[in-house]
Design a protein around this ligand. Sequence first.
Ligand SMILES: Nc1ncnc2c1ncn2[C@@H]1O[C@H](COP(=O)(O)OP(=O)(O)O)[C@@H](O)[C@H]1O
Ligand SMILES: [Mg+2]
Length: 282
Amino acid sequence: MSDLYHLRRPVRQILTEWLDIHPPTPKTFEGVPRNNLDYVFNANPETAFLSKGADQVEPAFVPKFKPGTGIPLLEFDPEKLEVGRRLSDSRSENNFVYEVKWNGEPYVLKVNHQTIDDQENKRDRHLVEMNAYHRLLQSELCKEGVVPRPHGYFHIWGRQHPGWARTEKRPYETSGWLEGFTNPAEYPRAILFERIPNVTWLSRDQFTRENIFDLFDTLARLHAVGVIQGDMDARNVLWDGTRFVLVDFDKAIVYPERERVSKTQCSRDLIKTWENFMFDSW
Ligand SMILES: Nc1ncnc2c1ncn2[C@@H]1O[C@H](COP(=O)(O)OP(=O)(O)O)[C@@H](O)[C@H]1O
Ligand SMILES: [Mg+2]
């Protein structure tokens, strides 16, 4: 991967050249990239797409944002919460994401779950995700619909909390929505998001040229506010019929204000997007 990227020209320009040669008709991009030319972001001077021209692309310079109000802490109350279907991969033990109603209104609840790996790497995925959404809120990308708006966050009662005994609810029991939290010392922490209606995943076969531009433009808007998504998996890109919405920021990197974003980090997002959307059969 080391020779991939250092973008020397704007993404749109690189994509345009590539797409002129490989027009996106269904199933054009079969399987993994076949050769270096299929790596549109390859910086190898032997390959066509990045060989010409001087370095014209400056990495994004993160602006200074207004302080903003932050994401409010909500007081957890099981009586106000109605948990519906699970949205996250049922094999995943990392996070538990559900369609919920809170006070009768539809939301998505993401309960962040620390793995052993996280503990070893001293990584707190809830704080990483909170931090990223704090920036995304400040930057107005939530308002503009690029990412969902976080409505608030919860510290959910742990399994020993006496409050449970006063309710009928037993979420930690088998088949309960918190059954994955087996460690009594871990208090589940969660973020309540605006639920984006009618979203699907746009499959590789359905991508038009405009979709490809849109998706990369959406990603560039994140990078411009100093956020690297860090996990550009196909399932983290939602399509509502008119626009892409990016979710899942528990592996994000947030650059400080008034600093430049790392081109190498941006390129990781670009390359992963390229591989996952153009080539991966999922
Ligand atoms: N705000 C939202 N509105 C609608 N669907 C969502 C929303 N947030 C997440 N989802 C759905 O839930 C799935 C899992 O959420 P995600 O944040 O990616 O969790 P995980 O870390 O488990 O992958 C997504 O792939 C998406 O389908
Ligand atoms: Mg995800």
